[in-house]
Unconditional design. Structure first.
Lengths: 92, 193, 238
């Protein structure tokens, strides 16, 4: 049992779940009238990027994968979130 | 803990599961990335519409589904690790639990979609809701397929003749991809302002 | 009287059918894009005079004439796929599903638009509102007939992935599953008349094209290899 609890995977999960709960509570407090908020969006996207990278690195075992795969998948995370943030800030 | 590290060191440079599934995963991530970027672009064309539409989404179910998928992914990962260490019974139990948890996702989605549709919020309501229904709908199809795949993984694990760690890893990889896609969707549809 | 042995060119039937595929698709491409201007799809929210002009244009007339003459080649393309699927270890259900999917897809996705646009092009004197209906019908049948193609691509993709005879490469099976996904993404065209989800939209049309065009070329190359590698004694007319 201990091998499943004291396990890098479980620790990663605790982190992921804690961050999700925090974002949920923060988003709830904003109330029903949603207003444009660059700060919140930057934080939300950054958190999503970190969460995605954690799932990919630990759950999908990409940290043990050959270099080219590590580069491609990490590249996806970075490029996607950078582009999302870029579009958000530039348009309109 | 040290034998775990030793085992992990031996797996360096290892692609979990079949490489054709990784082809699919990377391609699917790229295709969805296209959809995500399109969403962000069209959001920029009418931020007020998107903001007031977002307010009508059920954030609680969205967050619950995020935790459901993250936890299910954890159990799939633990189960894969168990299966690799020849602890097949543990593997079956862990992935079985992941499957049960994963099955909660479509149920929660139902509790989300049905009230919305009954309240008159449909894909035709506006472009935000079209994005919402299309993208979460497509993701839901991925989840359903994932549940089928996990069922086959469990079936194969229970049968000594069919046991194949590569198949377990392949199925696990697919399931984690589904989780990652949801993490982005949650941020774009429910979280951002 | 010695009959010339067909054995010397045993796969001639497959190669002939195979050769018609690029001819058909190229012709299709010319007809739909530069000739008639049907593709990229015109706006679903065009005004009635624009629709009337298009439906009665000379270029549409020529396009429909060519289409009427060559649409019979479509079944040949599908037959080429089917012969290879037959070699796979999977259940016959897959090739029957592909067959029925492609048949219904050709009727709804190609013949119906041909009739609609053909009526506009070959017959004069229709009311503008009738032409507008034919315009909608034609485009919706062409792009909205996703169900048939969903079945086709899912059957083809799954067959390739589950096949243990390695007739076609596994990654092609996964790519074909994306074809199925893009068909699903076309569903909103029934609802949206403008924006990214209309039949000429980014999400429903352009992204689908970006995935479809390379797929069609890649499938062609893979089938070529597959026909070439097929052992002669496996042929049905051996």
């Amino acid at each position: 049992m201990a091998r499943y609890v004291r396990n890098p995977l479980t620790i990663t999960w605790v982190l992921l779940t804690a961050v999700t709960l925090v974002s949920w509570l923060a988003a709830r407090d904003t109330g029903s009238a949603h207003v444009l908020n660059v700060g919140v969006t930057v934080v939300v996207l950054a958190i999503a990027a970190v969460k995605s990278q954690l799932v990919i690195w630990y759950f999908m075992e990409v940290r043990h994968a050959p270099n080219w795969l590590r580069v491609v998948v990490t590249g996806w995370v970075l490029t996607l979130f950078a582009a999302l943030l870029g579009i958000y800030l530039i348009i309109p | 803990m040290t034998d775990l590290l030793q085992r992990e060191a031996k797996t360096r440079g290892h692609i979990p599961g079949e490489s054709s599934m990784w082809f699919f995963v990377i391609g699917d991530l790229i295709i969805f990335a296209g959809y995500f970027l399109a969403y962000m672009y069209y959001r920029g064309q009418d931020p007020e519409l998107f903001l007031e539409s977002q307010a009508r989404l059920n954030l609680d179910i969205g967050a619950a589904n995020t935790v459901v998928l993250l936890t299910s992914s954890l159990f799939v990962a633990l189960g894969t690790s168990a299966a690799r260490s020849e602890k097949t019974a543990d593997g079956v139990r862990l992935i079985g639990f992941a499957l049960t948890l994963g099955a909660a996702f479509p149920v929660l989605k139902l509790f989300e979609y049905v009230p919305e549709v009954l309240a008159g919020v449909t894909p035709g309501t506006n472009v935000f809701f079209m994005f919402y229904y299309v993208m979460t709908g497509l993701h839901l199809c991925h989840v359903m397929l994932g549940l089928v795949i996990l069922s086959f993984v469990i079936r194969n694990l229970r049968d000594p003749a069919r046991k194949n760690i590569s198949f377990v890893e392949t199925g696990a990889t697919y399931w984690h991809m589904v989780d990652v896609l949801w993490l982005v969707l949650f941020a774009l549809l429910y979280g951002m302002r | 009287m010695i009959l010339a042995p067909a054995r010397r060119r045993p796969k001639l039937d497959q190669w002939l059918a195979f050769a018609t595929v690029p001819f058909f698709f190229t012709l299709f491409g010319i007809v739909f894009v530069p000739l008639s201007g049907m593709m990229p799809p015109r706006s679903p929210s065009s005004s009635p005079p624009q629709i009337v002009d298009f439906m009665q244009s000379d270029s549409l007339l020529v396009a429909c004439a060519i289409l009427t003459l060559c649409f019979g080649l479509a079944p040949l393309s599908n037959a080429v796929y089917l012969i290879q699927i037959k070699r796979m270890s999977v259940s016959p259900v897959f090739r029957y599903s592909l067959m029925v999917g492609s048949m219904s897809g050709a009727i709804v996705g190609m013949l119906f638009p041909m009739f609609c646009f053909g009526l506009g092009a070959f017959r004069t004197g229709y009311d503008p509102s009738v032409l507008a209906m034919l315009y909608d019908f034609g485009y919706l049948a062409y792009i909205g007939s996703l169900g048939c193609f969903c079945v086709m691509w899912l059957a083809f993709g799954l067959a390739i992935i589950l096949d243990t005879n390695s007739v076609l490469p596994k990654w092609l099976g996964y790519y074909t599953v994306w074809q199925y996904v893009t068909e699903l993404m076309a569903a909103p065209v029934w609802i949206a008349t403008s924006g990214p989800f209309a039949w000429n939209g980014l999400m429903t049309f352009w992204f689908a094209m970006m995935i479809y065009v390379p797929w069609q070329i890649i499938v062609y190359v893979c089938i070529h290899r597959s026909i070439k590698n097929q052992p002669d004694d496996e042929l049905e007319n051996a």
